[in-house]
Design a protein around this ligand. Sequence first.
Ligand SMILES: Nc1ncnc2c1ncn2[C@@H]1O[C@H](COP(=O)(O)OP(=O)(O)OP(=O)(O)O)[C@@H](O)[C@H]1O
Ligand SMILES: CC(C)(CO)[C@@H](O)C(=O)NCCC(=O)O
Ligand SMILES: [K+]
Length: 223
Amino acid sequence: MYKTRLFIDVGNTLVKWLFKGEYHSALALDFDSELLPKADRIYAACVGEQSLLKGLKNTRFFKSPAQFQQFKSAYDTPEDLGVDRFLAMIASIDQYPNQTRLIIDAGSALTFDLVLAGGEHQGGLIMPGLGVLRRSFTQFSSDSKQLTLGKNANNTKDAWEYGTAQMFMSVINHQIETYLTQYGDLQIILTGGDAKIIAYRLKHTVDIKPYLVLDGLALYAQA
Ligand SMILES: Nc1ncnc2c1ncn2[C@@H]1O[C@H](COP(=O)(O)OP(=O)(O)OP(=O)(O)O)[C@@H](O)[C@H]1O
Ligand SMILES: CC(C)(CO)[C@@H](O)C(=O)NCCC(=O)O
Ligand SMILES: [K+]
């Protein structure tokens, strides 16, 4: 008998799910498990608030393993690696075989992970995401999603907005350059809620995969 399967990615800002081939999302703040469809089996990847999924039955939670198929973790303590990062990496191995991949997740946090053609994770970086960065200085706190570059401001609001835009985009472009120098040709894959607004300000072409973590979850649950 065919069993329905529901895949859930709980981040710090958004809860995303995959059901019958369709992707959905809701703000973690507004999320209620009543929003989810009924399924025979539920698979969850949670780096956010686990209590959001309380009350769900038949739910399996995953953590990052040391190894999975080609993937080999770079972490000294593999289960400390965010499961969303692990799942994004195995999805990238599946979707971009035999190439060095750089995965940039621009979500609540900004993460970089490098995976060699053979599946060896080279480690990564965690930085504040755009929202965290813009809220990091209480007096100037801003929820703006504008990314204005190459301009100097003549008022405080714009100075913070342009400054944080410059900081955020500079570091992403800089990391890409650094990895290209170190590893040569790279497949760059961009995911996370801010992927789209970043992509066209990058100096390199990238593939945007908003649901890479859910794709990885579906793969991992199948194995
Ligand atoms: N509908 C939306 N509601 C809120 N934020 C959104 C929305 N769409 C895009 N975003 C942006 O996406 C970012 C969150 O990204 P993402 O969806 O990757 O979060 P997350 O998975 O919860 O984060 P993380 O995995 O880093 O905890 C926010 O900073 C916000 O700018
Ligand atoms: C870095 C985040 C917040 C990105 O979603 C998540 O992957 C996480 O909480 N990771 C645990 C720490 C680590 O990956 O080393
Ligand atoms: K994420």
